[in-house]
Design a protein around this ligand. Structure first.
Ligand code: KIV
Length: 273
């Protein structure tokens, strides 16, 4: 019997070493088959709490639970073997104290085998990041547009339009980085702010609706594949899956109704004795 102790996945230090050198390719995934398709092409897979909106039809990420993140995280780990896998800590699972965040992160890491967790920059974030990192939990921060703040913000609003907001978000990024986060997602900010953050911190920035100066880019995989009729401005569509799926399902329905499906090559006949 051989013991498999070495991981073939990219490591946290390898991601950090890309800063300013080689762009980091990231996408979200929520299922094993999608993770398997992405694995050879991306450096980092994020099991984002966007799963609540993309897969479960929720209006925001607020209803996403730790159990949902663990279930989708396990699927993504089964489907991939090369990419570094990061799982979001969902709303309500980390904000109240560093100890609460630690308990949630330990559950996620032990039950999925993922290498890191991501948390949004809320009040007390620096203390929480330091607490986790000092205990062996790699953390990705998330600044700018924070989907979990949708209710206090009154919607999903881009950030960095005023000098005050620019400074506040730059400070968030500096604090999270100084506390030990190994990368920071910068979401939905004016490009100049993303550039300033990327220059100001020592670890990689991963942009989404941010700027090409970021050290890496991430998109929600269903958005870039055209899974929905509408896509936000910052998404580049590489396919049009929703029209392909609609047309395929309509054709299937027609074939079933007309009894064209299944035909003689699509059914089983008894084997000759
Ligand atoms: O939940 C998510 O998918 C994310 C990305 C948008 C970065 O946080």
């Amino acid at each position: 019997m051989s013991l498999r102790t070495r991981s073939s996945r990219l490591s946290v230090p390898q991601i950090i070493s890309r800063k300013g050198k080689e762009k980091i390719v990231c996408l979200t995934a929520y299922s094993a088959p999608m993770a398997a398709l992405l694995d050879a092409h991306v450096d980092l897979i994020l099991v984002g709490d966007s799963v609540g909106m993309v897969v479960h039809g929720l209006p925001s990420t607020i209803g996403v639970t730790l159990e949902m993140m663990i279930m989708h995280g396990q699927a993504v780990m089964r489907g991939s073997e090369r990419a570094l896998v990061v799982i979001d800590l969902p709303f309500g699972s980390y904000e109240s104290s560093p100890a609460h965040a630690y308990a949630s992160a330990v559950r996620v890491m032990q039950q999925t085998g993922c290498q890191a967790v991501k948390i949004e920059a809320c009040e007390g974030i620096a203390e929480t990041v330091a607490f986790l990192v000092q205990r062996g939990i790699p953390v990705v921060g998330h600044v700018g547009l924070r989907p979990q703040a949708v209710n206090t913000d009154g919607g999903f609003k881009t950030k960095g339009h005023t000098a005050d907001e620019h400074q506040r978000i730059l400070n968030d990024a500096r604090q999270v980085s100084a506390a030990g986060a190994f990368a920071i997602v910068v979401e939905g900010v004016v490009a100049q702010l993303a550039d300033d953050i990327t220059r100001a911190i020592a670890v990689p920035t991963i942009g989404i609706g941010a700027s090409s100066a970021c050290d890496g880019q991430i998109l929600v995989v269903d958005d870039m594949l055209g899974g929905f009729a509408w896509t936000p401005r910052f998404v580049r569509r590489y396919a049009n899956l929703h029209t392909l799926i609609e047309a395929s399902v309509a054709a299937y329905a027609m074939d079933v109704k007309s009894a064209d499906f299944p035909n003689s090559s699509e059914i089983y006949t008894a084997r000759k004795a």
